[in-house]
Structures are given as structure tokens and as C-alpha cells.
Design a protein around this ligand. Structure first.
Ligand code: HEC
Ligand code: HEC
Ligand code: HEC
Length: 138
């Protein structure tokens, strides 16, 4: 009986450790499955490519908000997004305006990709697209 409980407790402890690992937020910026890299202009303009965390947004807003009301085409790189338009409240700027979400001054939160990463949907859970904070270079 004692042995039974010991192994049971050990299993519960292990379970808690695993869950803890899964739910403790990882503060390091990282790319995740389904992220969209947008790089029509960024590299050429000397900025890091934009990494758009699609799932992060999908769980917070209905598809319609972006793909109908804000006019985002359903295609990686399929929108002609410029900073002027964002400052004018179009595309990302409809929310990243210090009201619904943090504002455009936070360049590196959006321009977080590795320089040279082409426009794409990130379909790998292994490749790293994002440069960890603190790493310099472009
Ligand atoms: C909310 C997200 C977001 C933030 C914050 C942001 N950008 Fe952008 N930016 C974008 C997106 C999306 C594009 C289009 C990317 C592409 O196609 O390469 C873009 C494109 C650009 C471009 C190339 C096109 C153009 O308009 O000339 C430059 C340069 C740029 N950003 C600079 C900046 C600077 C500087 C800041 C900070 C003051 C900044 N961005 C903050 C999302 C953002
Ligand atoms: C906060 C805005 C936002 C919301 C909400 C959103 N999307 Fe998107 N979606 C985007 C952006 C931005 C892109 C990339 C467009 C680009 O690269 O120019 C995109 C790209 C896509 C694409 C093409 C890329 C791919 O992954 O195949 C599809 C399909 C898509 N969205 C479906 C959806 C669906 C389905 C929902 C709701 C469950 C949804 N989106 C919710 C902003 C959003
Ligand atoms: C419909 C509103 C909406 C639109 C459009 C939108 N965002 Fe966001 N975004 C949010 C909200 C809300 C947050 C969460 C802000 C917070 O945590 O304070 C967020 C957070 C983010 C984050 C941080 C995610 C994280 O892990 O913390 C990034 C990066 C980002 N947005 C990029 C973009 C880019 C790039 C675009 C345009 C292609 C965009 N967003 C368009 C509402 C939006």
C-alpha cells in the first residue's frame, strides 16, 4: 500500500511539473506554428521582417474583424501594408494605437524576424524566425 502511494505521488508530482512547464509563459519572443512573416518591404527598408502571430490574434478576435472589416486578404504577403497606412489607422494600426493594443512606437515587437526571412507562413515548430531580445544585429 505504501509503495502504491509513493509511486502515485511521484506520478502526480511529475504531472504537475509537466503542466507547470506548459503553462508558465516563456518571456522570450519566439515564433510559433502558423505565424506569418511579412516581408514585402521591410528588408529593403533596413528593418527586420514582421512576424505576425496569427493564432495569438485569432483567439482574441473573430476572423471577420480583420479579414472583412479591416480588409486583410487571406494570403501571406498579400496586403500592401506600409507604416503610413498603419499610422493612419489601417491594417495593424486599427488596433495598435495605444487604445486596443500597444502603439506603433514599439517597432521591434512587430519587426522581430531574422533579417532575410522571406514572406511565408511558418509551418515548422522547430525553425526559429525570431531573434531573441538582446541579440543585436540589424
Ligand atoms: C503593429 C506592428 C508594427 C509596428 C509596431 C511597426 N511596424 Fe513597421 N511595418 C509593419 C508591417 C506589417 C509592415 C509591412 C511589412 C512588409 O511588407 O515588409 C511594416 C513596414 C515597415 C517599413 C517598410 C514599409 C514602409 O512603410 O516604408 C518600415 C520602414 C517600417 N515598417 C518601420 C517601422 C518603424 C521605424 C517602426 C517603429 C516606429 C515600426 N515600423 C513599427 C508593422 C509594424
Ligand atoms: C487580428 C487580425 C486577424 C484575425 C483576427 C485573423 N486573421 Fe487571418 N490573417 C491576418 C493577417 C495580418 C494575415 C497575413 C496577411 C499578410 O501577410 O498580408 C492573415 C492571413 C490569413 C490566412 C492566409 C495565411 C494562412 O495561414 O494560410 C488565412 C487562411 C487566414 N488569415 C485565416 C483566418 C481565420 C480563419 C481567422 C479566424 C479564425 C483569422 N484569419 C483571423 C490577420 C488576422
Ligand atoms: C483587431 C485588432 C488587432 C489587429 C488588427 C492587430 N493586432 Fe496585434 N495585437 C492586438 C492585441 C489586442 C494584442 C495584445 C496586446 C497586449 O497584450 O497588450 C496584440 C498583440 C500583438 C503582438 C504581441 C503578441 C504577443 O505574443 O504578445 C504582436 C507581435 C502583434 N500584435 C503584431 C501585429 C501585427 C504585425 C499586425 C498587423 C499585421 C497586428 N498585430 C494587427 C490586436 C490587434
Amino acid at each position: 500500500m505504501l509503495i502504491f502511494w509513493e509511486s502515485r505521488l511521484r506520478r502526480i508530482a511529475m504531472f504537475i511539473a509537466v503542466i507547470g512547464f506548459l503553462i508558465v509563459p516563456n518571456s522570450q519572443a519566439r515564433s510559433e506554428y502558423g505565424d506569418v512573416v511579412i516581408n514585402n518591404y521591410s528588408d529593403d527598408a533596413g528593418m527586420r521582417p514582421v512576424v505576425f502571430p496569427h493564432w495569438f490574434h485569432r483567439i482574441r478576435f473573430r476572423c471577420k474583424v480583420c479579414h472583412s472589416d479591416l480588409g486583410f486578404e487571406f494570403k501571406a504577403g498579400g496586403n500592401d501594408i506600409t507604416m503610413l497606412k498603419i499610422f493612419d489607422g489601417e491594417y495593424c494600426g486599427a488596433c495598435h494605437n495605444d487604445e486596443i493594443a500597444w502603439s506603433v512606437e514599439n517597432c521591434s515587437l512587430c519587426h522581430s524576424g531574422k533579417p532575410g526571412t522571406p514572406t511565408q507562413i511558418h509551418n515548422s515548430t522547430i525553425d526559429r524566425l525570431v531573434i531573441p531580445p538582446g541579440v543585436t544585429g540589424q
